[in-house]
Design a protein around this ligand. Sequence first.
Ligand SMILES: Nc1ncnc2c1ncn2[C@@H]1O[C@H](COP(=O)(O)OP(=O)(O)OP(=O)(O)O)[C@@H](O)[C@H]1O
Length: 372
Amino acid sequence: MSVAIHIDHVVKRYEQVTIIPDLSAHIKNGEFFTLLGPSGCGKTTLLRMIAGFNSIEGGQIKFDERLINDIPAHKRNIGMVFQNYAIFPHLTVRENVEYGLKLRGLDKAAIKKKVDDILKVVKIEDYQDRLPERLSGGQQQRVALARAIVIHPNVLLMDEPLSNLDAKLRIEMRSAIREVQNQVGITTVYVTHDQEEALAISDRIAVMHAGVIQQIGNPQSIYTRPYNVFVSTFIGHSNLFAGKIKVDALKTFVVFNDGYQIELEHLGEVTDGQEVIISVRPEEFSVQEDGLQCTISSRVFLGKYVNYKLAFAPNMLVANQVSIEFSQDLGHAERIFEQGDMITLRPNKAKINIFTADAEAKNLIKGVKQYE
Ligand SMILES: Nc1ncnc2c1ncn2[C@@H]1O[C@H](COP(=O)(O)OP(=O)(O)OP(=O)(O)O)[C@@H](O)[C@H]1O
């Protein structure tokens, strides 16, 4: 039976080093939940704590109401899929999938039925008698997936399962995994450092950095309303500008360093003169009469989009270069600009994010929360 996973204030230390200081997340029953973050941020460590391969130095992990901190891995009823497939090379596809069921002592007829069903769901029935060496990487990963879910685990844990596949197959396989997960309806925790993969596959994403969850949200909210500068730059591209808040009678403005200002609603607690970082997605600019002045430094034509690198006045930017995508279809740009052209860009005020300019740099847009 699929379960909810409750992670409350867990701590992980390797000898004296604290890898995860205090982490909480609540994963719903049947949810596809992704741990996303740069290499070394602790994703695998957390996944292994859920699996029971890593000890837990503080806090609790529960499957539904059942505390599992001290339950050994083999008693947690977990399905796992790793990057290196980990299927037995000397067993056929069918034998690989049967393996876990035989260990559990099911009778022959029950095993046959379960394996037949799962081979169909994962779409590998046509090569069930082959040895793994005669399968492509994608097919081998399907076998690993079938083997993990045939036992009806409490949760399915996947650690970078697609990273050994080429780019095209990765995209195909992520849809396949999602389809199978939907069909089987099993709580899944998926680890990746690939933000595009996370956006494409997940119900919700936990963005991690240095053992700390920075934000939990659905893909759209993570992309459009990042909680802090780390999330805004790790997920997709963001252009960062330095600016200040101006509170003027009843109105609140954000003023870019070159003097251009935008009136804003929905701001959290702000004070006049407060220094901020303004974050704008590449696709949220339009070419207008007034706005931010810049010069085109280079451009790449990408069909639907033209990607520009731009130069702004040096004191404008936290980042030195920005790139902008113009959708020609939307009429944002009447022509393709050339290197050296000077243009004026207006950020879409509904889509910008404003962060406090302190070390934590949290979003000032009302309604943005770390946890949903
Ligand atoms: N057995 C161990 N002993 C000591 N330190 C470890 C051990 N396993 C992991 N670490 C450290 O814990 C930190 C988190 O590692 P972890 O493998 O969880 O990161 P990750 O986010 O999964 O990274 P990657 O994407 O590279 O796999 C790293 O700094 C790593 O060096």
